[in-house]
Design a protein around this ligand. Sequence first.
Ligand SMILES: Cc1ncc(C[n+]2csc(CCOP(=O)(O)OP(=O)(O)O)c2C)c(N)n1
Length: 561
Amino acid sequence: MRLTSASRRALSHDMPGQPENTVARVIADSLVAARITHAFAVPGESYLPLLDALIDVAGTLRLVTCRHEAAAANMAEAAAKLSGRPGVAMVTRGPGAAHAAIGLHTAQQDSTPMLLLVGQVGQDMLGREAFQEVDYGQMFGKIAKRVITLSEPERTAELMASALSCAMSGRPGPVVVVLPDDRLNLPAGCAAIVPSRVSPAGMEPAAIAEIATLLGSAERPLLVLGGPLWTAADVAEAQSVAERLGLPVATSWRRKDRFDNGHAHYAGELGLGANLALVAAAREADLLIVLGARLTENTTQGYSLFDLDSARRTLVHICADPEALGRTWQPRLCVQAAVGPALAALGTLPARDRSAWVYRLHALHEDWTVPTSVSAGVNPADVIRTLSGTLPADTIFCNGAGNFAAWLHRFHLHRSPFTQLAPTSGAMGYGVPAGIAAAILHPDRQVVVVAGDGDFLMAAGELATVAHEGAAPLFVVMDNGQYGTIRMHQAKDFPGRPSATSLTNPDFAALARSFGLHAETVRNTAEFAPALARSLGKAALIHVLVDPREIAPGRRLQAGQ
Ligand SMILES: Cc1ncc(C[n+]2csc(CCOP(=O)(O)OP(=O)(O)O)c2C)c(N)n1
């Protein structure tokens, strides 16, 4: 084995007579050095030495055993959103890696720092299409920020720190670390090092001066907040900035917890199914300051919020990711800066009163969030309002994909940071594992997973993880017996011809009880509040029967559709 001078120095720190660090131990220590407290895994024979090494750091790094790699990866991604540290998933080669891909995709689309540690065949087998061998560079090359193989033991500490730093820096995202199984037990000749913190980009004085000029002449400006890795201090600062500068505030797709949704400056969410009155107001704005968010398809209403000309006149885009700037439009001003420094700079600009405009946009939000009604069955709007009205402001709400989420996003007001776990990737099967991760990370807080019947059953096996870990999330399953979102699209594009969208479901309450959860079934709206009262503070599931014709908030399928 070749030793570099650096690793010789690290080795010299080993105690005489103590066993030398193995590659697996340095991997485990590197995670601890990065202050990672939880990892989510489905074990595999391809990384046994790492599983063994994790026993020795179990006091600081809790290993959560999952029942499916998609869930492990989703849990890691959700844990990162809550902790601000890279989420860590561990899976076996080939099949395990394939299952985990969905979590990597969400980490990419949501710009979430994440590490996927994945087994690999030994170096001596590589390239023969050995058992479960996959070329991860090819497989994940376009999803991961980087794919790193730990093939040289003495570089383990260097490469682990580099992987962690890469996941966190610039636009955060997923990094894959490949573990050839014949390396893991070798002496590493190095010791874990702390990954460097990459300083966030700041605001240049010229940029802030130009924003000051633009704000000085703007009558109808709008601040749009979003993007990854906000801190609670950033959220508080955004509120002061909005108040000081007289700005109404919208949040980007599925980033509602970047601003107090009950605040007088809040105008609503720009995303799928957005309030069209807000979209119209955003088009009417004479200055749009987008802070932290990428200008995604959903936030920009299918890239229709601006055209090339209006972006040139009215758009200021401030984002830490240089690739997101100037990608679709050429804004009036593009600034590469992180949210914190940008808010600090904005907070120094002269105060301004635009209360009539702020009031007008907040009134749109208030109208939009008045609960809609239904013609039959349980009203999901009332279910969400009951949850919001009953639970503390720091309750964490989680969801995957489906129309049920439209009721959640519209009628629940996020009042504090770190209360929303929702994939901008639109991945079904996300809410259940995200809620389990949240409940494990924050046993002191209430966690609610709102799921559709389709969405829930994609990850229902993880109820075993709930029981195994002693976690206590609440699952609210909106059961309409169909893949409702797709049914809605069919009703519009192929009326009267539903295809592959009707579902046969289990008795969700009985299923939950079989895993030891408290469970109830709710058949009308009035039954929900008492069921909720009986379900709080414990692992529980409330099965809510929704009429399949109630296809979206305020929208009912008509005969023949
Ligand atoms: C992993 C994944 N598979 C498929 C889809 C496509 N899709 C989006 S919503 C949806 C139906 C969701 O059904 P359900 O959870 O029952 O919620 P509903 O729309 O009925 O409220 C499907 C199949 C997706 N977004 N993600």
